[in-house]
Design a protein around this ligand. Sequence first.
Ligand code: CA
Length: 231
Amino acid sequence: METVLLIEDDRSLARELSAKIQGAGYKCVCASDARSGLEAFKQGGVELVLLDLGLPDRDGEHVLEVIRASSAVPIVGLTARRTGNDKVKALDAGADDYVVKPVWSGELLARIRAVLRRSGGVNAQKATEEVVRFGQVTVWMGKHRVEVAGRDVHLTPTEMGLLLIFVRRRGQALSRERLMDAVLGPDGGALEALQSHVSRLRKKLGADGTRIETLWGVGYRLRVDADPEEG
Ligand code: CA
């Protein structure tokens, strides 16, 4: 039986969703804030995380980032807000999908099934070994490790954050605003800062650095070959 971890501070919603999830044949573990949610995740055995992005103690993006630092477990965000910015933030921080409240349980269960199917039903342990290769670059998504032509390359946290977003959204145009918001935060948001992080990242990727293309007036895109995914 696959285990779903539900992190949601609205107790009555949590009860309702947990009953539906169990009714659909999954095991459901509930936590009502970020701290206990992360604690429950560390116990292991979680195949999917349903994460309310508006928690009382820490914001949802923080929880996403902490889980993503060690695991590629599928995460579905629950958000009360319909603004596109929240969705972008959740997806940039590593969510696989998101559902807007009020949650219709039929839709939620369909998303859970789809996300688990995409992840191949792998357990969290196995999923931490997700590896993406393009050109001579190998990226261990969960371990935040990068090799170029077989050699370990040290990236700063900002460069690593950029690379992970480029890799997750490979082939897609990413706006400068979205990248600045995701990796530089509200205070570090100067365009020149983003440009210099990207330029250092390109250098560290060697010949494959040219795959990070500048889209003039828009942002950047990681150009990849047909199917770079492995592992
Ligand atoms: Ca909430």
